[in-house]
Design a binder for this molecule. Structure first.
Ligand code: ZN
Length: 849
């Protein structure tokens, strides 16, 4: 691949010595840098990356010590600079010396400012970094591509009273005049520029926890020390568990988890200096629910998994980012499954609505999807790779092949891959080779059908004499005769015959195959365990044979059956009444994950019959047995997921079922819960906030805003912000929108808050008018990595007139930071609008019956 964005491969950095001096009051920094490079062949000039940096001087020094001043030519569109000395640069080792200045920006990328109000009410500023994908070049001149790995030796000059953190342990801190300190860090291992980090600010640090010789600490804004225990516990567990799994020691010399008040992503896997959004690492177990706790465990496990997979072994180029993220997500599930088996992490992975796997199955059924691995040229395109296809489909494919190869075989293959490529870069094939070395399967051949082609299959299952006929075809929401991809599908098939139950592993490679069986099949689950990334379409008799068996199925299999039926409803081959009838059979369901998905599909259905009393009655009929069974009051010794189920079904009962007693009870508790998160059980509090806000007015709204303003608890802040998006009055929605624009809500949160207002059917139309009118202002305000939230809720906006206005607006408006995401959301919106137009009458007659 060649592109103007890529650096010519004529000079190779080996070691960076970087000294940076941030000046927080003036939002600027100055730096000096010496980079040792190797020039393999004589060149006229040296090109590297730098943007928004003012290079004050640049010199090239040869091995004999002669120092040549270099002229600097800026190429801003490609974010590069070119150095030339007026004569050829001979092959060999050189040192490039720079002095430069830059800005501490407010864009949450490069070297940037994050602010918070301290306990005395004074605004404090942190200078921090976020370099992935390609923003190290905003902090220091560098070869900012992942395979230009080098050693980094960092020195920070900071006010003496501030903490300063980088990737490696501090080796010296010397006072300097003017109340400053010069802080030097140990040399890093050989690594990529995007993993370098520095954080400077008035921070506090926990005592280290010793994890088999590696000190682990949490760094946090003052006053939040009581929120760090859980992160230390999970971090220590995960670090040990991952070292064991990979069978390779941790590649750094310490681990710091750093909580940053303004952060565009969830977290960032800088080697040894992992940065987090506050609510992804700081948590109070007393006032939070299972989801909020699991998210902290997830993010910590994910980032630590990257220390090996990503940091020690790194993709050659950004088209490999999918494997980096997919693998870390896969390991996140494995680690958390081991840490808390009762949380059923793999089940939630497959089922959580709006999480990456379910999102990716939606997107991947569209014409505007993409292959998991695709060509990346520019930084914008690299940033667009951080989407559900990368995380969700990618991790699901790894899970599918792990289950097919066997868990231990897979682990051995991963270990041999990491050992072979330590401190180096790889392509996707290298992992498949590692897995092939541990198994006798053609892993590369199988996986290429999944990662190099877009979409996924449905498998049609029919009974024939002496066996089953399996037929694959590409699944699309809107049928497309051009969509003809074929896959090698690793299937796990469980079936019942007169002789009992058996499970068969089968690789479906042809379009149609007959699976020969001796005994007649009574029933079959063609995605046993539910981890195959495909949908299953059973012939009517086989589907009928499964209905009475629902309760005997594994929860994930039950979910798959319901979710596939929903997908076929959206696609049009199943009528909506059929789906609703299947859903009605779930009133005895006990599994939180299945209820959560059921509630999501009910919410989707409700949008076609807004304020319909018959629909509310249908929901109450479905949910009431569970509400009656578990009630409002938690029992001693209850499982976390049972507590969470309570919050889930109460919310559905109150919001979609509009049950009067439930709404009244939530309203009675609302003010107490807003003022004090520990007033009731944390899961019940979530239901109270959702139902109370959805049925609340100005008084309730202002109580939430007031509680938000003074709040320093990261999860409580998110809860309060989310509840602001549930109010149905458009004037109140306006006030929330205004808070995102005027900075009362942090820019890191503005995108998802606006997305929530757009997903709320009562405020969607009104907020869309504001979003479309103030579009440019929002683009200037929101961090680029979060802007995709502005289109996240389009598929929920199913009113045809509104959908037409949205489509018209984007017909004229470019959105380069999320171009792919936009076209996918527009297409999904069209499918959901089409579902309503096609099925609404049938839904009404189902409800009338
Ligand atoms: Zn990651």
């Amino acid at each position: 691949m060649s592109s103007a964005h890529r650096l010519p491969r004529t000079a190779f950095p080996r070691r960076y010595e970087i000294t940076l001096e941030p000046d927080i009051p003036t939002s600027s920094f100055s730096g000096t840098e010496t980079v040792t490079i190797e020039i393999p062949e004589s060149v006229e000039s040296v090109t590297l990356n730098a943007i928004e940096l003012e290079i004050e001087s640049a010199h090239l020094v040869d091995a004999a010590g002669s120092r040549l001043r270099a002229a600097v030519e800026y190429d801003e569109p490609n974010e590069q600079i070119t150095l030339s000395t007026g004569r050829p640069i001979d092959p060999g080792e050189w040192q490039v010396e720079f002095s430069f200045r830059g800005t501490l920006n407010d864009q949450l990328r490069g070297f940037y400012r994050s602010t918070f109000t301290d306990e005395a009410g004074v605004e404090q500023t942190i200078a921090t970094t976020q370099f992935e994908a390609a923003d190290a070049r905003r902090a220091f001149p560098c070869w900012d591509e992942p395979d230009y790995k080098a050693v980094f030796s960092v020195t920070l000059i900071v006010p003496d009273d501030l903490e300063a953190i980088s990737n490696m342990a501090e080796v010296a801190r010397k006072p300097r005049e003017g109340g400053k300190a010069v802080v030097r860090y140990a040399d890093s291992p050989i690594m990529s520029t995007y993993l370098v980090a520095f954080v400077v600010g008035p921070l506090e640090i926990t005592d280290p926890v010793d994890v088999d010789g590696i000190p682990l600490r949490v760094v946090y804004p003052p006053g939040k020390g009581d929120l760090t225990d859980f992160a230390l516990e999970v971090g220590a567990y995960a670090l040990r568990w991952l070292s064991d799994y990979y069978d390779i020691p941790y590649p750094g010399d310490k681990v710091d988890f750093i909580a940053i008040p303004d952060f565009a992503f969830g977290a960032m896997e800088n080697l040894g200096a992992i940065t987090y959004r506050e609510n992804a690492v700081l948590i109070d177990l007393e006032t939070t629910g299972q989801y909020e706790q699991r998210r902290v465990a997830d993010v910590i496990a994910h980032e630590l998994a990257h220390m090996w997979f990503g940091d020690l072994v790194t993709m050659k180029w950004w088209d490999g980012i999918w494997l980096n993220e997919a693998f870390a997500s896969f390991m996140e599930m494995k680690t958390v499954e081991s840490y808390r088996p009762d949380w059923k992490r793999w089940l939630a992975f497959a089922v959580d609505p709006g999480a990456e796997r379910t999102d990716s199955m939606d997107i991947d059924a569209l014409a505007s999807t993409r292959a998991v691995e695709f060509e990346v040229r520019s930084p914008d395109e690299a940033n667009e790779m951080f989407d559900p296809l990368t995380y969700g489909k990618g991790a699901a494919l790894l899970r599918m092949i792990e289950q097919y190869l066997g868990v231990e075989t897979f682990r051995e293959g991963v270990g041999s891959y990491l050992r072979e490529h330590s401190y180096a870069n790889t392509e996707t094939d290298d992992l498949w080779k590692g897995l092939e070395s541990a198994s006798d399967e053609k892993v590369g051949q199988i996986m290429n059908t999944w990662i190099l082609q877009e979409g996924y299959p449905e498998v049609i299952v029919e009974r024939v004499d002496h066996g089953l006929r399996l037929t694959q075809r590409q699944f699309r929401y809107v049928e497309d005769p051009e969509a003809m991809n074929r896959w090698m599908i690793p299937m796990q098939i469980r079936l019942g015959t007169a002789d009992g139950e058996i499970t068969i592993h089968h690789l479906l490679a042809d379009e149609t195959e007959i699976l020969p069986l001796e005994n007649p099949v009574e029933w079959v689950i063609a995605n046993a365990g539910g981890h195959g990334f495909y949908r299953t379409r059973y012939e009517a008799a086989l589907l009928g044979a499964l209905r009475p068996k629902l309760a005997d199925l594994d929860p994930l299999e039950r979910f798959t059956l319901l979710d596939d039926t929903w997908a076929f409803t959206v696609e049009g081959s199943v009528q909506i009444g059929e789906f609703a009838a299947l859903a009605a059979g779930f009133s005895d369901e006990r599994e939180h994950a299945v209820w959560q998905m059921l509630s999501t599909h009910l919410l989707e259905l409700s949008r076609y019959v807004p304020n319909d009393a018959r629909f509310a009655a249908f929901v109450r009929h479905l949910v009431s047995p569970t509400v009656e069974r578990i009630g409002w009051e938690p029992q001693d010794g209850e499982a976390d997921l049972t507590r969470r189920l309570r919050g889930q079904v109460l919310t559905t009962y109150g919001r979609l079922g509009r049950d009067e007693a439930t709404i009244k009870h939530a309203q009675d508790l609302f003010h107490a819960v807003v003022a004090d998160p520990s007033a009731v059980d944390a899961e019940v509090a979530l239901a109270v906030l959702a139902i109370g806000a959805a049925n609340g007015g100005v008084e309730e709204y202002e109580a939430v805003v007031k509680a938000y303003e003074g709040n320093t608890n990261p999860q409580q802040q998110v809860r309060l912000l989310r509840s602001l998006t549930y109010f149905t009055d458009v004037d109140l929605a306006d006030r929330t929108f205004e808070m995102t624009v005027n900075g009362d809500i942090r820019s890191q949160d503005g995108g998802w808050v606006i997305s929530g207002l757009m997903a709320n059917q009562s405020t969607a139309d009104h907020i869309w008018n504001r979003v479309s009118r103030d579009w440019q202002q929002l683009i200037d305000l929101l961090p680029p990595a979060t802007q995709r939230y502005l289109v996240h809720s389009l598929p929920a906006m199913v009113e045809p007139g509104l959908a037409r206005r949205v489509q018209a607006f984007f017909g004229e408006t470019e959105f380069p930071v999320a171009a792919k995401s936009l076209s996918q959301k527009l297409e999904l919106q069209e499918a959901m609008v089409g579902l309503g137009e096609r099925e609404r009458d049938r839904l009404v007659s189902f409800l009338d019956r």
